[in-house]
Design a protein around this ligand. Structure first.
Ligand code: ZN
Length: 480
């Protein structure tokens, strides 16, 4: 049989810069052996010393991965096309013959890596040639980007569109006090360049969406998910499965964290673990529930470790395992994960073949609509102040948690945390005008919906919560 073998850019210098070659063989193995025989220097890139195909090299027959066919014994037909796809190393390769070569400064910088057998010169070059996309420059993205940069990952993409806020500094160590008010991407770029100027930082100032995710992921070897919300997490997962990129995952809440590696060939994806998101509002976000500042550090460092292992092709990755951390008890647990053959995206007969509307899937209103929750009447801080000045009888209901109430409160407000509201509903008088508030207005809107269902009618929501009150009415109240 005569087949065409497509050679990826990084390997072309070994075959006289040819894009493709015509080779003979009755199965994949014979063709690859012929290839290695003809081009001696290519051999070590494709095969181990024992003659086994290296595990970071994927071989495709036409458009199918041979691991899903008969592997190297997959028979061939005349005119077939074999593609050699190095799964991790790669990225943009220019005209230099060995872009991975390290200069003297890099050799000094990475010396503690270079003397380890698991990394060595070969591993350090792999790191240099690798590219990783961090979704988010926040709590998880900070340690992740810092350690990947320090370790010498050659190209680091970061997706974010946020501004550094004072309340970020407790955990987002990419950013410093003087960065408050700057774009997180600019701040991250400066910090990373200070740590390791050899790293090429690519900033993507955008909200990751179904429209842009696949094109963006295409340019990177590995995706590291540092998101803080369910729609983006499902989007990252699905885009990784569809584009065949490993998804190094972690999530955090208060004192607890999870980590795994999804979307590797044969391994499970996030949907295999959680086919559906929790209903909106059931799982509080870190902004609502808080998070120990160090926790994203612990989890982000685990993610960085998994990324580096994948690049090096060393160790046992978290594929097929869910690592659970309880920082309060300081206990790690591990659960087995399997690919669900009925998974809607990575199963044997996937229903999802392109990206969907993830906000709709998660039952979340797009942020632009979030402020106008259906059927909840709102009042601004200034209008409320005016009504109170006029002596109108208003019951000011604060639905935040007691720790937040201790930070600050509006004078004359009554605290009933959202979680206790239905049990303590008898403390409210439905004849009185009730104005509910929380920190920013989201939880109090939920409280109003609950009270509406319980028969209350004279309900209004303080727009923007106590933050708006602090900004517009009483600056002596600290924003948090
Ligand atoms: Zn799956």
């Amino acid at each position: 049989m005569s087949v065409k073998v497509l050679i990826p850019t990084p390997l072309r210098p070994h075959v006289g810069d040819q894009e493709s070659l015509e080779l003979e063989g009755s199965n994949v193995k014979e063709v690859l052996q012929n290839l290695a025989q003809q081009y001696e220097t290519l051999k070590k890139h494709l095969f181990t010393d024992e003659g086994k195909l290296r595990n970071f090299v994927n071989i495709y027959l036409n458009d199918e991965d041979i691991r899903y066919l008969k592997r190297e014994d997959t028979p061939l037909q005349d005119g077939d096309t074999i593609s050699v796809v190095p799964s991790i190393a790669g990225g943009a390769v220019g005209t230099e013959p060995d872009l991975g070569a390290l200069n003297h400064e890099e050799i000094r910088r990475y010396s503690r890596h270079l003397i380890m057998p698991e990394v060595g010169m070969e591993g350090q070059k792999k790191l240099k040639q690798a590219s990783v996309l961090c979704i988010g420059a926040g709590g998880l993205g900070s340690p992740l980007a810092i350690y990947l940069a320090a370790a010498g990952v050659g190209r680091l993409g970061i997706v974010d569109f946020d501004i550094v806020d004072e309340s970020n500094l407790q955990r987002q160590i990419l950013h410093s006090t003087q960065d408050v008010g700057r774009s997180k991407l600019e701040s991250a770029r400066d910090k990373i360049e200070q740590i390791n100027p050899n790293v090429k930082v690519e900033t993507h100032e955008l909200r990751l969406s179904s429209e842009n995710a696949l094109a963006l992921f295409q340019d990177y070897d590995i995706i590291a998910d540092g998101t803080d919300n369910f729609p983006t997490r499902y989007l990252v997962n699905d885009a990784c499965v569809l584009s065949g990129k490993p998804n190094v995952y972690a999530s955090i809440f208060r004192f607890e964290g999870q980590a795994s590696v999804f979307a590797m060939p044969g391994g499970p994806c996030y949907r295999c673990l959680y086919p559906e998101p929790p209903p909106p509002g059931l799982v509080p976000s870190c902004a609502e529930g808080g998070v120990l500042g160090i926790l994203p550090g612990l989890l982000g460092v685990l993610q960085a470790t998994e990324v580096v292992k994948l690049i090096l092709g060393q160790g046992q990755s978290l594929v097929g395992r869910l690592l659970l951390l309880d920082a309060l008890a300081m206990k790690f647990r591990e659960l087995k994960l399997r690919r669900n053959i009925e998974c809607p995206i990575c199963g044997d007969n996937p229903e999802i073949r392109q990206l969907i509307d993830y906000e709709e899937f998660c039952g979340v209103l797009p942020e632009t609509q979030q402020e106008q929750v259906d059927g909840v009447e709102e009042i601004t801080a200034l209008a409320l102040q005016e009504e109170m000045k006029q002596g109108k009888d208003i019951f000011l209901l604060d639905v935040r948690n007691p720790q937040e109430y201790e930070i600050c409160q509006i004078e004359g407000s009554h605290l009933i945390p959202l979680g206790d509201l239905m049990a303590r509903v008898h403390e409210l008088d439905s004849a009185r005008d009730i104005v509910a508030h929380c920190r920013s207005g989201a939880r109090s809107a939920k409280a109003i919906e609950m009270l509406q269902q319980a028969g209350f009618r004279k309900l209004r929501n303080l727009q923007g919560g106590i933050l708006a009150w602090s900004k517009d009415v009483d600056p002596s109240i600290p924003a948090y």
